[in-house]
Design a binder for this molecule. Sequence first.
Ligand SMILES: Nc1ncnc2c1ncn2[C@@H]1O[C@H](COP(=O)(O)OP(=O)(O)OP(=O)(O)O)[C@@H](O)[C@H]1O
Ligand SMILES: [Mg+2]
Length: 233
Amino acid sequence: MLRVKKIKAGYDQVPVLFDVSFDISVGELVSIVGSNGAGKSTILRTLSGIIKPMAGEIEFMGERIDTLPSHKIVQKGIAHVPEGRHVFGKMSILDNLLLGAYTVKSDTIDKTLREVYEIFPRLKERAHQKAETLSGGEQQMLAIARGLMSCPKLLLVDEMSLGLMPILVDKVLHILKEISRRGMTVLLVEQKVQEALEIADRGYVLQTGRIVLRGTGEELLNSDLVKKAYMGI
Ligand SMILES: Nc1ncnc2c1ncn2[C@@H]1O[C@H](COP(=O)(O)OP(=O)(O)OP(=O)(O)O)[C@@H](O)[C@H]1O
Ligand SMILES: [Mg+2]
């Protein structure tokens, strides 16, 4: 579904990603893990067209997308849930969700909303409250739910765990797994290496802008590199 080939990308002509290649098949949950500043968010920004790669190619559903503007990439079916949630606090939860559906035909919005409420019953209960009244974990769920409202083929999720208590990290990651089980293809980038690999079908380890290891979630969890560098074993 997604094929990233030798991407070089960065800011103001200074690359922070070097020769990054990976792929995702339909229905997979793939995690890219790495420490602060490794370049995880930059990968997602490059996929969603916010920054343009200096070299390399990105193919989605058999078509080059790295030259397209962001809004065209959204229309192709890629939704990006950015780091830091960015929900609109003064707007209701329902209005936040409807914003996510701005590219979707109106007759499918009700159906999608029902599905999203099934996954996130809390958001249904609170649909008419302001988003700022939600807890951090609930706001993270709203950000993901808003991404789902665009009926994407591929959901990009940046740092689900940011600022959440450990118990909530497990909860939101579990929900992501559930979304994946329902058939969504998901790319998660995470600093919480162990948790993100535990739920992943496959994963990649990113260090200072380079992919240094790839494998199934289990293979990576059992690798010396992951154990030493990220789990302190
Ligand atoms: N807007 C920007 N302008 C210039 N440099 C940036 C910008 N955003 C990120 N960088 C740099 O690019 C590198 C990779 O950053 P990126 O945000 O992709 O890392 P990350 O893996 O997402 O980190 P974190 O886990 O802290 O979110 C870092 O060295 C960072 O300082
Ligand atoms: Mg980041």
